[in-house]
Write a protein that binds this ligand. Structure first.
Ligand code: SF4
Length: 283
């Protein structure tokens, strides 16, 4: 029976089966070996789940821009929080005076960290705060973002950029990446910390690499990497893995981050790519 992957492609079961196999091969190629290029390495550096949770939120929400500059910034910021970021924030650290980062001033980052500490004091953990809201994972992201916005006590542009709301229509890549990290089982990349969200409820975090390759594979017909794009791509991937539709996110992102995919047909490069049979880039 043909599988409707999106509005552009209707695949035969055989074609879908082949693409599934190719995605599995990609996931074997890009996994924990890429950690040193991914911000999830920061939460993974802590032993305690509560520190991993807090470091994951801070790292995911600041994970934008140049990979090296972002990594350097996160390394310095987390070092200021000492060996236990959860304990440091929960007790209300004295002024940390963080450095600015791109769209965030130092005051924005300080307000954000203060808000995380307030939520930890009020709820005990980020998962407990997330769980106070009923509804879809997206509803609960919206609620946590609003809780942190209120706790921050400022509506500066940098603070609002750090805590986007899904209701505004953006793909909210950083929120969904955080949720992937904490909710997927520990596979050497993701952390397997939360039980309040099933991996089946996750949505693909969309970055430029994932968006380009997903479109080239016919997994979405959309061009604008917004919320609708993320929903359509996730629905396509559910056809392969209904219980875990974000299973291939890390591999697809790192195919681009590592420059193993140049975003254009380069014969010597594409020959080594397991997706070459289905990829329409340069065709
Ligand atoms: S076949 Fe080439 S262009 Fe297509 S995803 Fe693979 S490396 Fe990128």
């Amino acid at each position: 029976m043909p599988l409707k992957m999106n509005h552009r492609h209707v695949r035969s079961s055989r074609q879908a089966g082949l693409l599934h196999k190719e995605l599995e091969e990609l996931a074997r190629r890009f996994g924990p070996g890429q950690l040193s290029f991914d911000p999830v390495r920061f939460p993974r550096a802590y032993a305690e789940p509560r520190d991993r949770e807090v470091a994951a939120l801070v790292s995911a929400l600041l994970a934008y821009g140049n990979v090296k500059a972002m990594g350097d910034y996160l390394g310095r910021l987390l070092a200021r929080l000492g060996p236990s970021p959860a304990a440091a924030l929960a007790k209300g650290s004295p002024k940390l005076r963080p450095e600015p980062y791109r769209f965030q001033t130092g005051n924005d980052v300080e307000a954000f960290l203060g808000a995380v500490g307030r939520v930890l004091r009020d709820h005990g953990s980020l998962e407990a705060a997330f769980s106070t809201k009923e509804g879809t994972a997206e509803d609960r992201i919206e609620a946590l973002a609003n809780l942190l916005r209120e706790a921050a006590g400022t509506a500066s542009p940098g603070l609002l950029h750090l805590l986007p709301l899904p209701s505004r229509g953006s793909a909210c890549k950083r929120w969904w990446m955080f949720l992937r990290w904490v909710s997927r089982p520990d596979d050497g990349v993701d952390l397997g910390l939360w039980t309040c969200v099933s991996p089946s409820e996750l949505r693909m975090p969309i970055d430029t690499h994932v968006a380009r390759i997903a479109y080239a594979l016919g997994l979405t017909a959309r061009r604008s990497a917004d919320r609708a794009f993320a929903v359509e791509l996730t629905d396509s991937l559910r056809a392969f893995c209904p219980e875990d539709p974000t299973r291939y996110d890390f591999a697809l992102a790192h195919l681009g981050i590592s420059r193993a995919c140049r975003g254009k047909r380069v014969q010597a490069v594409c020959e080594a790519c397991s997706l070459r049979a289905h990829c329409t880039i340069g065709k």
